[in-house]
Each structure stands twice: as structure tokens, then as C-alpha cells.
Design a protein around this ligand. Structure first.
Ligand code: GLN
Length: 231
């Protein structure tokens, strides 16, 4: 613990559902992001209130002043850095191409000509799909959340999807989702905790100090292993 709360309750935007980073169990939100931000707030002596929303709404909500903090498996990107400041990185991720289990026709981006690729609005996956659309000749279907995106491909409505590999690997391992990762990873990135760019340096410092303290104390590893097992 490091000082007193000034009584302000920071509103924290999380993705509606993005296991193992955030998910609902009964009335409770759980996951790596949820545990991390709670532990950071506790260490740094501030109060938070979680606000789940579609991923694409999170940065706009920060800009509108409806959120103070975002932790949503959000990749640190140069584009986002134009409007938010990110904490130190807290998790390594990146994108993978995913198809229906048993699909042997699509093994890489090269096989997507004339196919349909499902992506989640506002994500790095959606961005990647958009940037490579003309090169590989596929169509894009945009959905609001990862659950719908997984269903699109499991149902055969879309041929492929692009998702962060830790998330899709976890989903496949935890459920009977009939999906498989194919080909090489499409890129690599890091998750960061975001605050609106501008007057939030003090809050960002608390977040970074809290994150460093959790790494130091072993709490960070404990949170990761709660959801991912021993790494
Ligand atoms: N990491 C990806 C991004 O930042 C996806 C995040 C998410 O879907 N919650 O866009």
C-alpha cells in the first residue's frame, strides 16, 4: 500500500467477455485483467469500479470521460498512442488465423481468396484484416464480441477469424469450440493498461508502480497461474 485514496472511484473499462482476461461468473467479474487492476488499486490505495463494454467502445468512452482506465487485453499500438497513454507492458500476445476444426483447405492467409474472415470491431485483428484484405482477396465480416466471432466460424457462416492467440487457445482448451489455429502467428504485441492521454500522468504512475510491485511480490505470477496454470 502506498498512500491514501482521495475518495475518487476510478471507472475501469473492461471487455464484455474476453477470457482468460475478463469474464463473468455469476455476479462477479474474473480474469487476469480484473485481478491485476484490483491488485494494483489495492497496492496503490485507490478505488475502482468495473465497467464492461464492447471492446470498440472502450477508447471512445475514455475520450468521453466516461472511463478513467482501460484494461481489456488491449494491445499497445502506435495508433492508440495518439489518444491514450499505456502502462508498461503486462502480457505478450499477438494474432493468429483460426478456422473450423478439421478444415484442411485453409492453412495460411494465401488460402483466403474469396473467403470470409470474421473480426471483432476495433481490434488489432480487425485492423490486420483490413490492411491485408486486397492482398489476399477475402471479405470481412465485423462483429461486436469474441463469442459471436467464434460462433461465426464454428457455425460455418465465416471461413476464418483473426484473434489474439492466448485468447483463442484458451477458448479452445476450455470449451468444446470446434476451432483450430493455423499457420504462423501473424504478429506479436503486448498488452498495456490505458489512460486518456493528457492529464493522467499521476494515475499512470500509480498503475506502473502497482504493476511493478505485483511483479516484485510474486502476486503477478500468482494471478497468471490462477488462470493459465504454471507457465
Ligand atoms: N488485443 C486486441 C486489441 O488490442 C484484442 C483486444 C480485445 O478483443 N479485447 O485490439
Amino acid at each position: 500500500g502506498n498512500g491514501d485514496s482521495d475518495g475518487k472511484v476510478y471507472k475501469v473499462g473492461i471487455d464484455t467477455t474476453y477470457p482468460p482476461f475478463e469474464f463473468q461468473e455469476g455476479d462477479d467479474y474474473k480474469g487476469i485483467d480484473v485481478d491485476l487492476i484490483n491488485a494494483i488499486a489495492e497496492d496503490q490505495g485507490f478505488e475502482i469500479e468495473l465497467s464492461p463494454m464492447d471492446f470498440s467502445g472502450i477508447i471512445p468512452a475514455l475520450q468521453a470521460g466516461e472511463l478513467d482506465i482501460a484494461i481489456a487485453g488491449m494491445s499497445i499500438t502506435d495508433d492508440r498512442k495518439k489518444v491514450v497513454n499505456f502502462s508498461d507492458p503486462y502480457f505478450e500476445a499477438g494474432l493468429s488465423l483460426v478456422v473450423a476444426d478439421g478444415n484442411s483447405e485453409i492453412t495460411s492467409l494465401e488460402d483466403l481468396k474469396g473467403k470470409t474472415v470474421a473480426v471483432k470491431k476495433g481490434t488489432t485483428g480487425a485492423n490486420f484484416a483490413e490492411e491485408n484484405k486486397d492482398k489476399y482477396g477475402y471479405d470481412i465480416v465485423q462483429v461486436n464480441d469474441s463469442t459471436s466471432m467464434f460462433q461465426e466460424v464454428a457455425n460455418g457462416t465465416s471461413d476464418a477469424l483473426i484473434e489474439d492467440y492466448p485468447v483463442i487457445s484458451y477458448a479452445i482448451a476450455q470449451s468444446d469450440l470446434k476451432l483450430q489455429l493455423v499457420g504462423d502467428r501473424l504478429n506479436g504485441d503486448n498488452y498495456g493498461i490505458a489512460v486518456l492521454k493528457g492529464e493522467n500522468d499521476e494515475l499512470l504512475k500509480k498503475i506502473n508502480d502497482g504493476l511493478a510491485a505485483l511483479k516484485e511480490s510474486g502476486k503477478y505470477d500468482e494471478i497468471l497461474s490462477t488462470y493459465l496454470g504454471e507457465q
